[in-house]
Design a binder for this molecule. Structure first.
Ligand SMILES: Nc1ncnc2c1ncn2[C@@H]1O[C@H](COP(=O)(O)OP(=O)(O)O)[C@@H](O)[C@H]1O
Ligand SMILES: [Mg+2]
Length: 164
């Protein structure tokens, strides 16, 4: 992904993306805070706010220790605002036909308008990943989280068997 701040840079960014795939996605650049919402069963866990010293939350920000990346949970929004974004994340998750668990990435622009970035259907599950971080915020350790993920998958299996 390339962030383009000057229209003259667009062809370069286009070519860089084309080197990977014939399909290129061009999006309006959102400027503002970034959040992620972990979905577990039919619950959305507390939001995490991502803060990076880089231009955006890129590969370096995610995986290099010295990239100046910080995570805030609680995220700093007031409760009604956080609740509204959790509901939005839930609707996006369901609209895409997802169930079980996942993670919805979003940004709030300077006017406070939310923009959904993507839904991750297989989010990270290491001790330093974001879903485990949100789970810890509600007192759920990694072992309990894994059980909850299994239970949500079993519930779905049972529903599908019932429907068959
Ligand atoms: N339209 C956009 N405007 C501004 N920043 C964006 C936009 N789309 C993505 N980003 C930034 O790029 C990062 C990666 O994009 P994302 O779509 O979440 O893909 P992935 O997490 O799979 O790399 C986001 O976390 C965000 O920081
Ligand atoms: Mg993402």
């Amino acid at each position: 992904m390339t962030r383009v701040d000057d229209p003259d840079m667009l062809p370069m960014a286009w070519d860089a993306a084309r080197a990977h795939d014939a399909d290129v996605l061009v999006e309006r650049c959102i400027e503002g805070e970034e959040y992620t919402a972990a979905v577990l069963g039919n619950e959305v866990l507390p939001l995490i706010r991502l803060e990076t010293a880089r231009a955006f939350y890129d590969y370096e920000a995610k995986y290099a220790d010295d990239a100046g990346t910080r995570y805030h949970c609680p995220c700093g929004l007031d409760r009604p605002r956080e609740r509204a974004l959790q509901q939005l994340a839930w609707r996006a998750f369901r609209a895409l036909g997802c169930s079980g668990w996942g993670r919805v990435d979003l940004m709030l622009d300077r006017d406070g308008l939310p923009w959904l970035l993507e839904v991750n259907t297989v989010p990270g599950l290491t001790a330093h990943s974001l879903v485990p971080m949100a789970a810890r915020a509600v007192g759920m350790d990694l072992g309990r989280l894994v059980w909850r993920i299994l239970e949500s998958s079993l519930a779905r299996g049972a529903r599908e068997e019932g429907a068959a």
